[in-house]
Design a protein around this ligand. Structure first.
Ligand code: NAD
Ligand code: ZN
Length: 732
């Protein structure tokens, strides 16, 4: 696995909650209130504030934790601006957890946590020249500077990467951490050590403790090469260099980071056992002498006008820098003045980021093409008459989804406004209606998958009654667009668990036509015996590895029903749900017959399915949609003919102190692995959740527990340690 974060569409890794969250997030682009803030009633403001905060948080998760944003930065910034405007008028809505008061998101559990000795903050934003003048005025007033007293402010490019803190003790690199939520970040020391730009040691004149902070980023050329390579190998293609940098640094396996061309610019610092210079400018110069890369475009300015001139100069050069920047950062130069200015909630008072406007151009949309993603999402892409936007030639732009096309009424042949907003994937902003050719028809979004001909459906969220914005192919088992992803999931550890059949082998076998659907795995050996091009003669293989693979496959010909159901990769069907279904139906035949019948929502089978404890409508729909697709049923018939599915024992009512409780494990456990703890808890009737919420009954915390523990304390949820947990479940 070369992924740092769980795949967003892996049903095992993503609960319904995340799926809904990101669905809301997409819808959020349209959700910025239409009413002027001045005209809002208090009740409307409260409701909109809550909705905005939810959307911002969902987008934060996608952006910071999964390195896969769902909306453009410009759309995201608009949500934030609206939230801030509402809070300005209704200050009672400002709570400590409002997005205006917080930084980023809490670190992902998969990395060790690092508490920052000095918090890592965000930056306030300026979008107009007026905002810049306001900033300078605010600083001067705060410092009570007279009209003739100079104020020097630096200007430097705002690199679009992710911030990284490097701690040197006695001039050796000892710790590297991401920003996280500003207080606690992720430990990425081993990853940072693989970055050539980052020195292992500092020279003798550096103090004993030095925390260098700066931006980890990926240059344009490296980004393009990486994406080309990933696309070829069936890996993950990144939307833009920032996501590529974040996704590459935040890898569980540092060897993967080492193969990614990451770079670094130093521009700030945290804890220091002595600050050797008196100004921002000189500190950065000092970092440069210590062997750290620093940006050559930093200048000193003495007025708002000079700052804007510096901004214009950097903007003019933006396309030639070779890496993405999304604005210019201004910082008060004198460190003693920085000290006096201090901080407000999430950003320093002595700095501001002057953001570039999104870059736009007008061109003709020639065609709308529907692409099918690795997880079956149908995404519309606008094929454009090539046009230069912000120095880059653009011929494709995203249209996001079906609703967006309808909302903007985008038609083939239209003249459209295209925007690049710092990120690399351009988007269609709007249609120039005056230029619509005669006879242009509204676009009809396909309801079958262009890759495999299966039905493509939109899920309905039973709670909100709203359709998911994404239309998905339901022919998962045969769809060539999804094949690799499905097969990878099918053989993964918690599914069929076939050793020696990783993503790399699957991609190679799929490309060579050896394995196209799950049944093919079990006929591989027989076909190999008859084939002239044998597995053992393939590059990187040999008689032993081929024999081992065949043995590993053979060992899985007998499989537990729950594992098989999970392995199918049906949306929303994770391990727990698969087990519930297996226990409820007992045999494959009974399960398959019932869920096929349940396609008819008036059939008794539909009600039986919904009556199973723990199975909600979302799951019931996903399962029946999957079996309603004839292509899937055909593929399953072939698979079942090759394997033997074990009968599942029915679930017995459990009497245990944790039955029916929702439990969260956090920190490191010493007496059991996470998987063991989870399986044990579930076997006792508890539900194991990944994050702490009001629904949590119990938190089991080991050493090193961080944000979840904090959250539990905030919510007043009972917290026990591992020993207490064992005593509880063992009845001691
Ligand atoms: N599209 C989305 O869904 C989504 C979601 C969350 C955030 N975002 C984007 O992320 C950004 C907001 O997040 P943020 O809190 O990280 O703040 P920010 O990017 O606006 O500013 C703070 C960051 O700027 C970086 N930076 C780069 N060059 C710098 C320099 N020379 N000096 C100082 N800092 C420098 C640092 O990493 C710092 O943490 C916005 O651009 C926003 O649009 C987008
Ligand atoms: Zn398909």
């Amino acid at each position: 696995m070369t992924r740092s974060t769980p795949d967003r569409n892996d049903p095992a890794a993503r609960g319904t909650a995340t799926a809904e969250a990101s669905g809301d997030a997409v819808a959020g682009e349209a959700a910025v209130g239409a009413t002027a803030v001045e005209a809002l009633t208090e009740a409307d403001a409260r409701a909109e504030h809550a909705a905005l905060a939810r959307e911002i948080r969902a987008n934060d998760e996608a952006y910071y934790r999964e390195d896969a944003p769902v909306i453009s930065d410009a759309a995201y910034d608009a949500l934030r601006r609206r939230l801030a405007e509402i809070e300005a008028r209704f200050p009672e809505l400002i709570s400590p957890d409002s997005p205006t008061q917080t930084v980023g998101v809490a670190p992902s559990e998969t990395f060790g946590e690092v508490r920052h000795a000095v918090p890592m903050l965000s930056l306030d934003n300026a979008f107009t020249e007026e905002d810049v003048a306001d900033f300078v005025g605010r600083v001067r007033r705060f410092l009570r500077l007279g009209a003739d007293e100079p104020l020097v402010v630096t200007a430097e490019p705002k690199i679009d990467g992710l911030s990284l803190s490097l701690r040197y003790e006695n001039r050796r690199l000892v710790l590297a951490a991401t920003r996280g939520d500003g207080t606690t970040g992720e430990n990425v020391t081993a990853n940072a050590r693989t970055i050539a730009d980052i020195p292992d040691t500092l020279p003798a004149d550096a103090p004993d403790i030095v925390e260098v902070r700066g931006e980890c980023y990926m240059a344009h050329a490296d980004f393009a090469a990486l994406n080309a390579r990933e696309a070829e190998e069936g890996g993950r293609v990144f939307a833009n260099p920032r996501n590529a940098a974040a996704g590459s640094l935040r890898q569980l396996d540092p060897a993967v980071t080492a193969r990614r061309p990451l770079r670094f610019f130093a521009y700030a610092w945290g804890e220091m056992s002595g600050v050797p210079e008196a100004t921002q400018y000189d500190m950065v110069a000092r970092f440069g002498r210590w062997g750290l890369p620093v940006n050559p475009r930093m200048t000193r300015c003495d007025s708002a006008e000079a700052l804007i001139a510096a901004y214009r100069a950097i903007e003019a050069d933006r396309a030639n820098l070779g890496y993405d920047i999304d604005g210019v950062v201004y910082k008060v130069d004198r460190l003693d003045l920085q000290q006096r200015l201090g901080f407000v909630s999430r950003s320093p008072r002595w700095a501001i980021a002057h953001k570039f406007p999104a870059e736009q151009a007008t061109t003709v949309l020639e065609r709308i093409e529907i692409q099918v993603g690795r997880t079956g999402a149908l995404t519309p892409v606008a094929k454009l008459k090539p046009v230069t936007v912000g120095g880059v030639v653009v011929s494709n732009a995203t249209l996001h989804n079906e609703d967006e096309i309808r909302r903007k009424d985008v038609r083939e042949g239209d003249t459209v406004i295209v925007q690049r907003a710092g990120d690399v994937i351009p988007q269609v902003v709007s249609v120039v209606l005056d230029k619509r050719p005669e006879g242009a028809e509204p676009f009809v979004f396909p309801t079958v998958c262009p890759a495999c001909g299966s039905h493509a459906v939109r899920e309905v969220n039973p709670r909100t009654g709203r359709e998911d914005v994404v239309r998905r192919c339901t022919g998962g088992l045969i769809c060539p667009a999804q094949a690799v992803e499905r097969l990878r999931h099918f053989v993964s550890r918690h599914a069929l668990d076939i050793e020696g059949l990783g993503e790399k082998q699957i991609v190679a076998f799929f490309n060579d036509g050896l394995i196209a659907s799950p049944a093919d795995i079990f006929t591989l050996e027989a076909r190999d015996a008859r084939s002239l091009k044998k597995l053992k003669d393939r590059e990187g293989w040999g008689a032993t590895s081929a024999r081992n693979l065949f043995a590993a496959i053979e060992a899985r010909r007998r499989i537990a029903l729950a594992r098989l159901i999970f392995a199918l990769g049906i949306r929303h069907v994770g391990e727990t749900t698969a087990r519930l279904l297996a226990q409820a139906f007992g045999t494959w035949e009974a399960f398959a017959a019932a869920v096929t019948e349940a396609a008819d929502r008036t059939a008794p089978a539909w009600h039986e399915l919904n009556a199973i404890d723990g199975i909600g409508e979302v799951v019931a729909e996903a399962v029946t949609d999957f079996f309603a697709e004839a292509h899937n049923r055909d593929a399953l018939r072939l698979l079942i003919a090759e394997i033997e599915v074990e009968r599942a024992e029915p679930r017995v009512a459990i009497e245990s102190p944790v039955a029916g409780k929702t439990v969260v494990f956090t920190g490191s456990l010493e007496k059991m692995t996470r998987d063991e703890a989870k399986a044990r808890a579930e076997s006792l009737g508890a539900k194991v959740a990944g994050s702490v919420s009001a629904k949590t009954d119990l938190v089991v915390a080991g050493p090193g527990a961080g944000s979840k523990l904090k959250k539990a304390a905030e919510l007043g949820i009972e917290v026990i340690d591992e020993d207490a947990w064992l005593a509880l479940v063992e009845g001691r």
